[in-house]
Design a protein. Structure first.
Length: 90
């Protein structure tokens, strides 16, 4: 991962406090960015999962795929999110 814990802690806090302002792509991009950087941010991932489930109908196929990829890459287990995405993909 990236060795900038203070930066990512700060970014996670800001993102988490403003997730209600994020559109679907921003939610997916945020999860993707933290996963790509290898940053452990369980509270942020949990909050993104909740926000994603609430706005699932706003996601396109790529956004759903990127979100699943991010959670798998970060090894974040989120069964409720995965089930909701699986239902939306059918």
């Amino acid at each position: 991962g990236v060795d900038a814990p203070r930066l990512f802690d700060a970014m996670a806090g800001v993102a988490q406090s403003r997730l209600d302002e994020f559109h679907a792509q921003a939610l997916a991009n945020t999860a993707w960015a933290f996963a790509t950087a290898g940053v452990d941010a369980p509270r942020l991932y949990s909050a993104i999962a909740t926000a994603t489930r609430a706005r699932l109908s706003e996601f396109n196929a790529q956004g759903l795929a990127n979100t699943v990829w991010a959670y798998a890459t970060a090894r974040v287990d989120s069964p409720r999110l995965f089930d909701a995405i699986a239902r939306a993909a059918q």
